[in-house]
Structure formats: C-alpha cells, structure tokens
Write a protein that binds this ligand. Structure first.
Ligand code: UDP
Ligand code: MG
Length: 315
C-alpha cells in the first residue's frame, strides 16, 4: 500500500461526495495502490450513511465510525492506527485542504522528507483573528520548544516511520500540532491559499479555540509552572523590600494609619496572581488525572469497506 488518506469527518454529509470526487481524481493520477479512510467522529447527520455508500462504490474507501464524538484529535488517531500505507496523508473533509495539493506534497516526500506540511497563508483572514493567532504562536513557541508554525495545520503527509513515531506517543491529551512537531524528522512546508468553508459549518467556537490554546501551552512542558516560581520569587523580593521600608518608616516617623490603597492593591493583586497560578497548577493536575485513568482514546462502533467486491464500480 503506497498511500493512506485519513479524513476525520464530523457532520460532513454534504462535503463527502465532493471531497471524494476531488480525491478520486488525484488518487488516480498517483496511479499506485491507495486507500481513503473516512473516520466518522460520531456525526449526527448522514455522514455514516454517506461513508458506507462511498465505501461500497469505491473499494479504495474504508470507513470507521466512532461510538460518539471524541473530537478531531481522536478521530485522526483512529485513522492513523488503521492506516496501512507507506505514506499517510491527513486532511479535513470540508475541502479547505485542496486535494490537488497532495501530488505536490508527495513529490516533496520523494526528496527524502518524513513530513510534508501544508501551510495556510493568513491572507484574507479577519485582521484581529490573524493578529491574535500570530501572537499566540509566538507565545507558544517561546514557552514550549517544539516549533509549531503559524498556519501549519493538520493537512500533512507523513512517512511510515513518522506515523509510527506519532502512534508511539500514547498520551490522552493530544495536541496534534505539538505531537507532529515533537517527533521531529525532516519536515518540508508547502504554502497554500486558505479558502473559506463552502459546505457545512466550522466546529470551532471562540471558547473551543481558547481551550485549544491552553492545551497547547500546557501539554508540552512545565514552563508555565517555572514561570510561576519566578514570578513568586519576584513578588517575594519586592514584598521584602517594601516590608523593610515600612518598618524603618514606622520606626522613624511613628505609626500612621492610612495605607488603605496599598493594602487593597496588594491584597487584590496577590489574590489574582494566586488564582492564576492555582489555575496553572490545576491544568497540570487535571492532565495527570486524565492520563492516570488510561481510558481508550476512542471506541469504534462500526467499520467497513476496502473489500474488493467483484461488482465494484469505481466512481
Ligand atoms: N472534526 C472532527 N471531529 C470534531 C470536529 C471536527 O472529526 O469534533 C473534523 C471536521 O469534520 C473536519 C475537520 O475536523 O473534517 C476540521 O474541522 P473544521 O472544518 O470544523 O475546523 P476548521 O477548518 O474550522 O479549523
Ligand atoms: Mg475546516
């Protein structure tokens, strides 16, 4: 098997036929043994029916249906575990990742890379959004040392050994951009112009994005904890200096009661800092909790396709 294409799908019944048409053309061009793995991530619409239909009509298509919505990261993992190809491509179902780009990515892999990442330019994005995400990736790269590129998303092709490396990382909390960065290997980048989603709706809300951002920051190391140590030290030193000043001042000038503002600022400021770093601690604790339960990442309720029925008509 030369290539597996893993596609996580959540409520994509309308996108799948078009995706299949586009992909089928590209795969025929590749001209070697390929498979497409549709992972239905607990969709509530007809995605599974559509996946069954495509698998029936095209024997290159296989599908897995998860028992409920486990999230995109889990769906991708399910697909990766199932993929048999020497190379594995991961792409979204919503046609925001142009299948035509695949041939260029495969060609780049021939030059010996283990990962080829399609990097979406932020041209045409709302200004605020692109500014925020640029800032976020700056912070992420400063705080972790995995080197995640802004816009380098989940459209990528991996070699077999890169896939095996990703699969060997068994953590429950999967921030995949970070995992792909963590495994290393030679990585090439292909730029592409992002297009707005034409079918269906994005599953990302602002709240989800913020949570995803926090995941990225705390999933990879304990630098935020280190930061809290430094900040604590700084505050302690400042407080010590101020204390010395107040003691001397009182000894020289006697007791003066005012100081309400200082008190209020100190209590409120320190209270805020405490809560913030309790939160940071909690983030790590929560992750330990989830990891220790060692629950499976996902459950599969149905799979099929890939058989070679003699009457198979290719679409
Ligand atoms: N997706 C998924 N499970 C989810 C959410 C999304 O498998 O819980 C899939 C979705 O079907 C799509 C891809 O992940 O193929 C990217 O989702 P979306 O287009 O909503 O994200 P965006 O492109 O807006 O970042
Ligand atoms: Mg999308």
């Amino acid at each position: 098997m030369y290539l597996s294409v893993v596609i996580p799908c959540f409520n994509e019944e309308r996108a799948l036929p078009r995706l299949h048409d586009a992909l089928a053309a590209v795969l025929s061009e590749v001209g070697r043994e390929c498979e497409v793995i549709l992972v239905d991530d607990g969709s509530t619409d007809g995605t599974l029916i559509e996946a069954r239909r495509l698998a029936f009509a095209d024997r290159r298509v296989r599908y897995l249906a998860l028992s409920r919505n486990f999230g995109k990261e889990a769906a991708v993992l399910a697909g990766l575990r199932d993929a048999r190809g020497e190379r594995v491509a991961i792409m979204d179902a919503d046609l925001q990742h142009p299948p035509e780009l695949l041939s260029r990515m495969l060609a780049l892999m021939d030059s010996g890379c283990d990962q080829v990442v399609a990097r979406r330019s932020r041209e045409g994005d709302p200004l605020l959004r692109s500014l925020l995400s640029r800032m976020y990736y700056r912070a992420l790269n400063a705080l972790t040392d995995i080197g995640v590129q802004d816009g380098a998303g989940d459209f990528r092709v991996l070699s077999r050994r890169a896939v095996d490396a990703v699969l060997s990382l068994d953590e429950r909390n999967r921030f995949s951009k970070g995992l792909f960065g963590w495994i290393g290997f030679d990585t090439a980048t292909v730029p592409f112009r992002g297009v707005p989603r034409s079918i269906g709706r994005s599953k990302w809300s602002l709240g989800k994005l913020v949570n995803y951002g926090i995941d990225g920051l705390v999933s990879f190391n304990s630098k935020p904890l280190r930061l809290s140590v430094y900040l604590g030290l700084l505050v302690a030193v400042l407080a010590g200096c101020y204390m010395a000043f107040v003691v001397v001042h009182t000894l020289v000038n006697g007791v003066r009661v005012p100081g309400y503002t200082t008190l209020l600022v100190a209590v409120a400021g320190l209270g805020g800092l405490h809560l913030l770093f309790l939160g940071v601690l909690g983030e790590y604790l929560g992750r330990i909790y989830v990891e220790t339960k060692r629950r499976p990442h996902f459950l599969v309720k149905e799979s099929g396709g890939g058989l070679a029925p003699t009457h198979a008509q290719r679409l």
